[in-house]
Ligand binder design. Structure first.
Ligand code: ADP
Ligand code: TRP
Length: 325
């Protein structure tokens, strides 16, 4: 089984990205053939500062490796190092019906807010389909908001295969972990860069503490009994704690006598411990940029060979033959 996923370098990674997506990448690399990439072509639809895009792309690689993505097991690469994605996008675009893209949420949401969308945003799901189909991917681990795009990739694969009476493309399936499909942010809503409610993975310790202390809670007094299940602090704590630790904190909520500050302190400590070894690895890695560079280069080499083979099949299927008949 081949696993593939991509993540956009549009900002620093946060807990939602980790528990929704990155954690799955790492779990799957042990048993499956895995390809993971930093979706910098995609990021161009939002990041319009070249320096910033470079910085986010670099940090994305450093973060993924620090968190446990193992280049000996999975190919890690930059999307733009494989220009074949862009060519396949064009081939797929010619079989993409407009109505399919009109209902995709990135475009629909922007339109609903009265904002002008450019063609890059409108056709973004086609690029994403190319990313997936070019590696003959069977499984695509993502957060729940990306499922619609994987459906588009399936549709386009099927349509291309039908039109050209071929089996060039493998039909991919999304893989979503229910338990972490929607990590909440500091305001209790879905954690997302666009809502400004994120907790970044590698914030300096002091800032992390401050951020956790800013999580929105109700105004119950210290002595009041509290409901853990409706509290974002507890919801987040569950990501880090085992069942026993969760029961212990939940009991303290219900008993009263514990302020939210204390629960937040526990969340802070649990998060520091959980990401402790990743933080240490990251500190080492940032002092050795050539290691990261080499990893991306080797990943791109592996990925490109596969991408070129699939693209050749697709070119042949639709009549773009290299040799004259
Ligand atoms: P953001 O919403 O912050 O811009 P992205 O859209 O770049 O995040 O998401 C990257 C990956 O992380 C996707 O697979 C997405 O589904 C996942 N993800 C993002 N936020 C969350 C969240 N709050 N809970 C679960 N998964 C998430
Ligand atoms: N669109 C995805 C996101 O915003 C990132 C992405 C690009 C992706 N290409 C992909 C995810 C291919 C999975 C497979 O999160």
């Amino acid at each position: 089984m081949r696993v593939l996923s991509g993540i956009q370098p549009t900002g620093r990674f946060h807990w939602g990205n980790y528990f929704g997506a990155i954690q799955q990448y790492i779990a799957l690399q042990d048993h499956e053939q895995a390809f993971y990439f930093i979706a910098d072509y995609h990021a161009l639809t939002t990041v319009r500062e070249p320096k910033l895009l470079q910085e986010y792309t670099w940090e994305a690689a450093v973060d993924l490796i620090s968190l446990g993505l193992d280049p000996a097991k999975a190919a890690l690469f930059r999307q733009s190092d494989i220009p074949e994605h862009a060519e396949l996008t064009w081939l797929l675009m010619t079989v993409t019906q407009m109505h399919l893209l009109e209902k995709c949420h990135a475009y629909k949401d922007k339109k609903a807010r009265g904002l002008a969308a450019d063609a890059g945003l409108f056709t973004y799901p086609v690029l994403m389909a190319a990313d997936i189909l070019i590696y003959d991917s069977d499984v695509v681990p993502v957060g729940v908001d990306q499922v619609q795009h994987i459906e588009v990739a399936r549709d386009l694969a099927q349509r291309f295969n039908t039109i050209y009476n071929t089996e060039v493309f493998v039909l991919p399936n999304a893989r979503v972990l229910d338990s972490t499909a929607k990590v909440v942010g500091t305001d209790g809503e879905k954690m997302s860069k666009s809502y400004g409610n994120t907790i970044e993975l590698f914030m300096p310790e002091k800032q992390l503490r401050k951020k956790i202390m800013s999580i929105k809670t109700d105004s119950k007094a210290v002595e009041d009994p509290k409901d853990p299940e409706t509290c974002p602090v507890f919801t987040l704590y569950k990501l880090f704690a085992n069942a026993e630790q969760q029961d212990t904190l939940a009991a303290r909520y219900r008993a009263g006598g514990m302020g939210y500050g204390e629960a937040k302190q526990q969340l802070f400590e649990a998060a520091m411990e959980y990401f402790g070894s990743a933080r240490t690895r990251r500190e080492q890695l940032v002092t050795n940029p050539s290691e990261v560079h080499d990893i991306l280069k080797a990943g791109a080499q592996r990925a490109r060979a596969k991408a070129q083979a699939t693209l050749t099949r697709a070119r042949e299927a639709c009549g773009l033959l290299a040799k004259p008949v």
